[in-house]
Every structure is written in structure tokens, then in C-alpha cells.
Ligand binder design. Structure first.
Ligand code: 5GP
Ligand code: ZN
Length: 126
């Protein structure tokens, strides 16, 4: 059974229950424009199945995990940033400010960027 969380907005987008501007889709993943873009190109790449975060990936998800990366490359080409450059960001967990609990890669491009990307402050865990 495909994993689906009825309370998850990205599951609803994957199911077509919430509209999105779709850039790419195959049997494993889809890519759509971020509602609140942080750059001229800002596309989210998600697995069609619900997986809450990178920390919830298992070895059984090998194909889904690789499809996310391959889709990123396709999206970069489709959005015209393959050669100019782009950044792929997975916000994972609270410190990284993950706000939607369904794995998503942000593909960001169309502008120059800063490195490192921190605006917050350092926290010691454990
Ligand atoms: P996070 O903060 O979890 O890394 O990223 C979540 C992203 O999802 C944010 O950039 C936010 O703008 C985007 N987002 C949240 N809800 C929706 C939605 O309903 N549609 C689309 N297209 N993007 C969304
Ligand atoms: Zn979901």
C-alpha cells in the first residue's frame, strides 16, 4: 500500500487534491513550484508516497531516494539552470526549519547565493 497521510499537504498535492504548478512527475516523485518562492526558480521535489523526513528514509526507499536526485537534475534542465547553477536543499527537522513533514528537496536557482546559509544561532545538542 502506498503511504499516504490525509493531514499532509504534500500528500494532497501528490494526489491532485490541492492544485500546484507541476514541473515534472513520474511514478515515484513530482516537482512543483514553491508557493512562496525564495528565488526566481524555486521548485519542490517530493516523493509521491508520504515519508516524513530524510530521517525516516529506510533501505527499502532506495529507489525513491535516487529518483528525487534524478528528478532534481531534470527540473534543473527544464527550468534553465542546469549550467548556470542551482542549490538543492533538504530542510530536515526543527533546527533546519522543516515546516512540512513530507520529504521535499528545494531546488533554488536563478540568482547568486551566499555560503554558508545560516541566519540563526548555534545550538549544542546532547
Ligand atoms: P520547508 O520549510 O518545510 O523546508 O519548506 C516547505 C515549503 O513548502 C516552503 O517553501 C513553502 O513555501 C512551501 N509550501 C507550503 N505549502 C505549500 C503549498 O500548499 N503549495 C506549494 N506549492 N508550496 C507550499
Ligand atoms: Zn505526505
Amino acid at each position: 500500500m502506498p503511504r499516504y497521510d490525509p493531514d499532509c499537504i504534500f500528500c494532497k498535492i501528490a494526489a491532485g487534491e490541492i492544485p500546484a504548478t507541476v514541473v515534472y512527475r513520474n511514478d515515484y516523485v513530482m516537482a512543483f513550484r514553491d508557493l512562496n518562492p525564495a528565488a526566481p526558480i524555486h521548485v519542490l521535489i517530493i516523493p509521491l508516497e508520504h515519508i516524513a523526513s530524510l530521517s525516516h528514509l529506510s533501505a527499502d526507499d532506495e529507489q525513491i531516494a535516487s529518483q528525487i536526485l534524478l528528478a532534481a537534475r531534470t527540473v534543473a534542465e527544464k527550468t534553465g539552470v542546469l549550467d548556470s547553477g542551482y542549490r538543492l536543499v533538504f530542510n530536515n527537522g526543527p533546527d533546519a526549519l522543516q515546516s512540512v513533514g513530507h520529504i521535499h528537496a528545494h531546488l533554488i536557482g536563478g540568482r547568486t547565493m551566499a555560503w554558508p546559509p545560516f541566519a540563526g544561532h548555534e545550538i549544542r545538542h546532547g
